[in-house]
Design a protein around this ligand. Sequence first.
Ligand code: HEC
Length: 156
Amino acid sequence: MARHLAGTNRRDRAFNRQEHLCPRTAISGLVCTTFLVLLGFPAVPQEPAGKGADTESGQQTFNNACRTCHTTKEGDNRLGPNLHNIIGRKAGSLQNYGYSSAMKGADFVWDKEKLDRFIAKPDEVVPGNNMKPYGGLTPAEDRAKVIVFLESPTTN
Ligand code: HEC
């Protein structure tokens, strides 16, 4: 009887030692650290590393928000007019595109500031324009990206 109890105690002690060497918190701490490292590292190469990267991420945003209706190729109009060389181009001025009378009559040249406001809320810049259905690109960061893309040499 006493021997049996002693045996049990030895096993318990061994078990407790194991718990002590490898406590639960240390394991989850390690898992957590590994996870954070995995999360953190891939972000580094994705940081904009110069003009090329900015243009690329701008192109992605353009593809998501504008490409359904616009290309940046000269002469290639879709539902919307092409945006080739749009910065510095007079609003509503392409000969081979059927603008709304609001856009045709808009009397200004597209610059970065006008574009930024227009793609946020088209009707505030050209009331009655026909850029629809378009919900507006709310994040300022996304608008800035699209503009970097539109003024990049790839589109001009
Ligand atoms: C649902 C289709 C659609 C989407 C999406 C769209 N547009 Fe347009 N866009 C149009 C149409 C249609 C016009 C012509 C509007 C008019 O004549 O009133 C236009 C006109 C424009 C013009 C004026 C061009 C000129 O020649 O004066 C600019 C600049 C423009 N869009 C930029 C953008 C940008 C940048 C995006 C993405 C952030 C975008 N648009 C998304 C359909 C769209």
